[in-house]
Design a protein around this ligand. Sequence first.
Ligand code: GLU
Length: 322
Amino acid sequence: MSGQMENDEWILATLEKAMEKGRDVLCEGAVANYIPELAKANPSNLGVCIRTSDGRTYETGDFDIPFTMQSISKTFSLILALQTAGYEYLFSKVGMEPTGDRFDSILQLELKDMRPFNPMINAGAIVTAGCVRAANPFQAFLDLVRRLCGNPKIHLNEKVYMSEKSTGTRNRSIAYLLKSVGVLDGEPEDVLDVYFRMCSVMVTARDLANYALILSCGGVDPATGERLLDPQIVKVVTTLMMLCGMYDESGEYAVKIGLPSKSGVGGGIVAVGEGGYGIGVFGPRLNKKGNSVGGEAILKVLSDDFLLHTFAGVPNKLTGKS
Ligand code: GLU
């Protein structure tokens, strides 16, 4: 048996071990229900996909079941705002600091200068969505998601979108508050409509692994060699993912798992490796912070066994790079 085949077998066996750990903790989490349509998710779903820059894919469980990306959309809208409005303008409206508060917190806005702390919390993402300069911001967003995930079939889940649009009173409060102080560009209802749509786009763990792979490769698609993103933008997005991507669990997650990641209340987590690989996980049962409980357990095993922590200081066992 060749070395690569042996290694593949070991990687797949580790993935199964990680899935088992994930299943063990599912009972500790619950499916999000504050958006009524999300409560219909299958609580036992769990899946993972890893893609590497040399074309290997390892996947198991429910890696091809679509779910709404929810807050993972915040990374794509950040990219789009940086591409269309520019770095200076965007960061005059929103900060780069972790909050340590809930993702939908309003408290810090008034305590500070009304500028949301970062683009990964709801207030910051709503401002970021308002900064997107495009004739049709949602279409531009969808095109970007399809390109970076390598899946032209990615589409909106109308039911989840309508469900959030008709119940999203807290996000409405945030948008109107930020409009009242001149931080939000555009009309609150128009920006919220785009924001709710962005959150309601369906992806799979495999789509997320592909996206993470492109971020890991500095914005280049390793399969074609095509540059899809400016490396400066990749740097900004992945740094903010590391600092603020896992809600008010970002610090603990960074210490324990150590990969720039973003989660969403639909149960997805996208994790960007160093040295050319990407990971997507999916499991709709969430912990108290709003992160996939099974997904985090899977990522912990992968990080430990494959030496994936960004600051591990040793070559990882997926790509042999550090
Ligand atoms: N659409 C959700 C909201 O705005 C996204 C939250 C999340 O995934 O963190 O509440």
